[in-house]
Design a binder for this molecule. Structure first.
Ligand SMILES: Cc1cc2nc3c(=O)[nH]c(=O)nc-3n(C[C@H](O)[C@H](O)[C@H](O)COP(=O)(O)OP(=O)(O)OC[C@H]3O[C@@H](n4cnc5c(N)ncnc54)[C@H](O)[C@@H]3O)c2cc1C
Length: 463
């Protein structure tokens, strides 16, 4: 798609931020995503500095029938944006805490760790995911599965008070339970399908500390560790969340020596109760095998990123995920066979997350988040350069296939990666009636399906 240069000049004059096309200085930086596996080469990128820039960019694209892609951090930049107009929101990173109302209002490009720190200064905490370099809005629009607060309070999307959005017609709208209630329902779970969210007001919770961290074991102890992990699952109150991962970490000096260049099994712990009660809950796990690294201790909420200890620097990578109906002893055995020592796999991360608790319950204000009954999520992810999707996918799919007997065939929208954006897969992220309703709302607000470079609600024919 070549854009007329006079048109571009008009857009550049209207927008305060940069407007760049391929070959321009700064284009690579403006289009760079955290996940570098799917390089972004839009026809034009607009570095928005405020709502007016977003409106100008959306109107420009709408008038020319250009698909619109949205980039905040690029953790979920999964689909090529070739030929599209890409709106980079990283400059919209404002965060305002209202301690009395227990809310935060964040800009469309605000990042999790900044929000966590600002909220902590007021003695409060947001519902966020495992990785603290992710964008707050992208996380929340896709549901927002928290491995710390989710089982106690629900999904991040369940706790949105209001949304400021530029809809595909270029209008700025304030959306809440009474203004555009259909859109309010759809936005909370419907991901990036309905426009550019320029601000989000969310609930904060009176949480400042927890008992949490990671217990790392030698890969050879996988069977005993998974047995203890399963015993723990039977005893966990909803204030307690755990997950387990098979990690194959690189031999780099930044990592603790016992984890370098070998297989380890990582049990993640987050408990909002006292350290004393937490220690009692974890005692059996600690005794199951000798941990090679044990970071589970009293910690401030601001340190939650250390629980999963995921990479914070940009990496190219591919992942696959599905929701499980159960994780019985037989599933644990299959996982050890497929991912444990002697399996021969080189996949760097294979994890089982515990869900349930408040995430399994309907929120006070209904939203589009689906598949709430699923008790576990499987995820497998591995490093991979651009262009390796086709060679990596069979390996990840084979790993997922090891747990096929417990695979519900349903997915979490936020964990639908590059392999999972076909319409029939996206539909599995929602309950069937909710998906039907989403398609109707999509048709109402985005009849040309301009916002389709995402987990697309796509019963609308592409323009
Ligand atoms: C290492 C890692 C760990 C993760 N852990 C979790 C987890 O624990 N829980 C969980 O729920 N998710 C998790 N995720 C998934 C993550 O929440 C999604 O990838 C999310 O979309 C990232 O948003 P972003 O803004 O950082 O990324 P981006 O790539 O910038 O955005 C991804 C998409 O989100 C939409 N979007 C983002 N911002 C806006 C906006 N302002 N307006 C409209 N649309 C927008 C767009 O469709 C965009 O294409 C994880 C991802 C990674 C890479």
């Amino acid at each position: 798609m070549i854009i007329d240069s006079a048109d571009l000049d008009a857009l550049t004059a209207e927008v305060a931020g940069p407007v760049l096309t391929p070959g321009d200085e700064g284009y690579e930086e403006e289009t760079a995503a955290w996940n570098q596996a799917v390089p972004q080469h839009p026809a034009v990128v607009v570095g928005a500095t405020g709502v007016a820039d977003v409106q100008a960019a959306v109107r420009f694209a709408e008038a020319r029938n250009l698909p619109i892609a949205v980039l905040a951090t690029g953790h979920g930049a999964l689909i090529p944006s070739d030929g599209a107009l890409l709106i980079n929101l990283r400059r919209l990173d404002g965060i305002v805490i209202d301690a009395a109302a227990r809310t935060a209002t964040v800009g469309g490009g605000a990042v999790v760790q900044s929000l966590v720190e600002k909220a902590a200064a007021a003695g409060l905490a947001p519902i966020v995911g495992s990785n603290v370099t992710v964008g707050v809005v992208g996380l929340t629009l896709g549901g927002g599965l928290s491995p710390v607060l989710g089982r106690t309070y629900g999904f991040a999307a369940d706790h949105v008070r209001s949304v400021e959005i530029v809809t595909p017609d270029g209008e700025k709208r304030h959306v809440d339970a009474t203004a555009f209630p259909d859109l309010f329902w759809a936005l909370r779970g419907g991901k990036g399908n309905f426009g550019v969210v320029t601000a989000l007001t969310i609930d904060l919770f009176p949480v400042t500390r927890l008992y949490g961290g990671g217990l790392y074991y030698a890969g050879e102890d996988a069977t005993e560790v998974l047995a203890a992990f399963r015993r723990l699952l039977a005893n966990t109150p909803r204030e307690f969340t755990t997950s387990v991962a098979f990690l194959r970490l690189p031999p780099v000096p930044e990592l603790p020596e016992p984890l370098r260049g070998r297989l380890s099994v990582h049990v993640r712990i987050a408990y909002l109760g006292s350290a004393e009660d937490g220690e009692a809950l974890v005692a059996d796990l600690r005794a199951a095998a000798p941990p090679v690294v044990d970071t589970v201790a009293e910690m401030p909420y601001t340190a939650i990123g250390s629980i999963h200890a995921e990479p914070v620097r940009p990496v190219p990578g591919y992942g696959i995920a599905t929701l499980l109906s159960d994780f019985p002893a037989e599933a644990a055995d299959r996982l050890v066979d497929a991912a444990g020592p002697g399996s021969g796999t080189s996949i760097s991360l294979i994890e089982i997350r515990q869900l349930g608790g408040a995430m399994a319950e309907a929120p006070a204000t209904p939203d589009a988040v689906g598949n709430r009954a699923a008790p576990f999520q499987f995820f497998a992810g591995t490093d991979g350069e651009p262009g390796m999707a086709e060679s990596i996918h069979p390996r990840l799919a084979e790993m997922m296939g090891a747990l096929a007997s417990w695979d519900t065939g349903r997915r979490s929208v936020n964990f639908m990666e590059v392999f999972d954006v076909a319409p029939e897969v996206v539909a599995t992220g929602y309950d069937p009636e909710a998906y039907e309703r989403l398609t109707q709302i999509k048709h109402r607000y985005d009849p040309k399906n301009l916002f389709r470079i995402n987990q697309n609600i796509s019963d609308v024919a592409a323009a």
